[in-house]
Write a protein that binds this ligand. Structure first.
Ligand SMILES: Cc1cc2nc3c(=O)[nH]c(=O)nc-3n(C[C@H](O)[C@H](O)[C@H](O)COP(=O)(O)OP(=O)(O)OC[C@H]3O[C@@H](n4cnc5c(N)ncnc54)[C@H](O)[C@@H]3O)c2cc1C
Length: 428
């Protein structure tokens, strides 16, 4: 997602860009997200870069929603009588609109904005090497190479280019959390007394459940949904998260693939402890043929996203857990910062190193903070949060988790970074 938006932003600023993608073709690239039923909720911090980079209208045209809307998530107890713990709609101080879009739809919106002559499919990068001139060479699996003034690594969570930047194989680790996902018909959940037409996070010890309705004929979506969609829904999307908190993060290796089919027995075994509320038990019974997904993240966080003239954006730089739905948004912030710095009208090749330094100086702290917050959010949803696990303690922590992600003055921050390289003047 971030690589294509970055290419569009740079091209609009007059920078020559060539794109290398490992997928065989664009259809394959779009379908590769389906393995985990991926979709994204883009908050205000992600919508601003999309607007500034000139892609928001195209993205809106492919979204199931006409415009971003207020999210309406409710947090309830997965145990006992399913007490309400926190209601985002009624409690959120700042209105925060979120646009919901499936990742394939997002790509469908933006890929046509690229000049196809600059897109090279079936080019799997296997390494990057430096030349004494300061340029870098990208090496591909088919034996070909490409020499570039600047390499932007937007190659996702399993980034190869990250290895050049960090100088070591990878710091991607298993989070000790798995997610089981099923799509269930609402009729099967008729016995459930909790109002499931609102998106819910069901909180339990070392386990939580995300549930939300999906409209009939609608593509599978992210963890967020707007209030307008709460009616006439066709299916219920259910994701059960379970964490082994007895072992340190990074101590368990999971072989690929990280997303695969699972049996209902396995899920029931994972959730076999006593204490679940009646509705949780009813929902569990309907989780037939779930898919299982091992959640990974970059841990520890990178201390720099830049080495020489190679720079990382998106998950390549800061792959995080999905609990705040913030990964794509951070990628969009990266891209806005990089396009503003590299696309400034005064930019010349001699500014490249300073521009990358300025990018690193603002993006590492910000994106790593959101990455950490995403881990903390998962801990809060499973009663391991730093502020404790009683309902009152959970409520206090939940109140604070979204604001720093969604409300950040990126424009001002980037303006200062641009001024530090070129002197005070405009920003994209
Ligand atoms: C289930 C789920 C729900 C999510 N919900 C949200 C949400 O609500 N909000 C949010 O902001 N984020 C969400 N995220 C996170 C978001 O999807 C990611 O942060 C985002 O897709 C990362 O974008 P990216 O461009 O960095 O990487 P990707 O989108 O993964 O793109 C990487 C690209 O690089 C290509 N590539 C990889 N390796 C190579 C190589 N060696 N050579 C050439 N090409 C290569 C890939 O084929 C791909 O096209 C969610 C993630 C998941 C899994």
């Amino acid at each position: 997602m971030s690589g294509i938006v970055c290419a569009i932003g740079l091209r609009n600023a007059g920078v020559h860009v060539e794109i290398f993608e490992q997928a065989v073709n664009q259809v394959f690239m779009m379908t590769s997200f389906q393995e985990v039923g991926a979709g994204v909720g883009l908050g205000p911090n992600a919508l601003f870069p999309l607007k500034e980079l000139g892609v928001l209208d195209a993205v809106l045209s492919k979204s199931d929603e006409e415009k971003p809307t207020m999210r309406s998530f409710r947090y309830i107890s997965a145990t006992g009588a399913h007490d309400l713990i926190y209601d985002v709609t009624s409690s959120l101080f700042h209105p925060s609109n979120v646009l919901i879009i499936c990742q394939p739809s997002f790509l469908e919106a933006i890929v046509p904005m690229l000049d196809p002559r600059l897109v090279h499919m079936e080019k799997r990068c296997i390494s990057v090497s430096a030349l004494s001139s300061g340029s870098h060479v990208i090496h591909f699996a088919d034996g070909s190479t490409y020499e570039a003034d600047l390499v932007i690594g937007a190659d996702g969570i399993k980034s190869v280019i990250r290895e050049f930047v960090t100088g070591r194989p990878t710091s991607l680790v298993y989070s000790n959390s798995v997610a089981y996902r099923s799509v269930v018909s609402p009729e099967a959940l008729k016995g459930v007394k909790t109002d499931m037409m609102r998106p819910l996070c069901w909180i339990g010890k070392d386990k939580h459940i995300i549930s939300y309705p999906v409209q009939a004929n609608q593509k599978v979506r992210s963890f967020y949904i707007s209030e307008a969609d709460s009616f006439n829904s066709g299916k219920m999307n259910l994701v059960f998260f379970s964490t082994d908190s007895s072992v340190p993060m990074g101590s368990v290796d999971v072989p690929l693939p990280w997303a695969k089919p699972a049996s209902q027995d396995e899920l029931l075994h994972e959730f076999s402890e006593a204490g679940w509320g009646e509705d949780t038990k009813l929902i569990l019974k309907e989780m037939k043929d779930p898919s299982k997904w091992y959640l990974h993240l970059l841990h520890p966080s990178l201390t720099s996203y830049v080495r020489q003239r190679v720079v990382l954006v998106g998950d390549a730089a800061h792959a995080m857990l999905p609990h705040l739905g913030a990964g794509a948004g951070q990628g969009m912030e990266d891209v806005y910062a990089l396009c503003s710095l590299l696309g400034d009208a005064r930019a010349q090749k001699c500014h490249l190193d300073d521009a990358l330094k300025a990018y690193d100086s603002i993006r590492v702290a910000r994106a790593n903070m959101v990455q950490t917050m995403s881990t903390i959010a998962g801990n809060i949803y499973e009663k391991r949060g730093p502020g404790g696990g009683t309902n009152a303690q959970l409520r206090e922590q939940l109140k604070a988790i979204y604001h720093p992600v969604w409300h950040h003055d990126l424009k001002e921050e980037v303006k200062r970074a641009v001024a530090s390289v070129y002197g005070p003047r405009g920003v994209l």
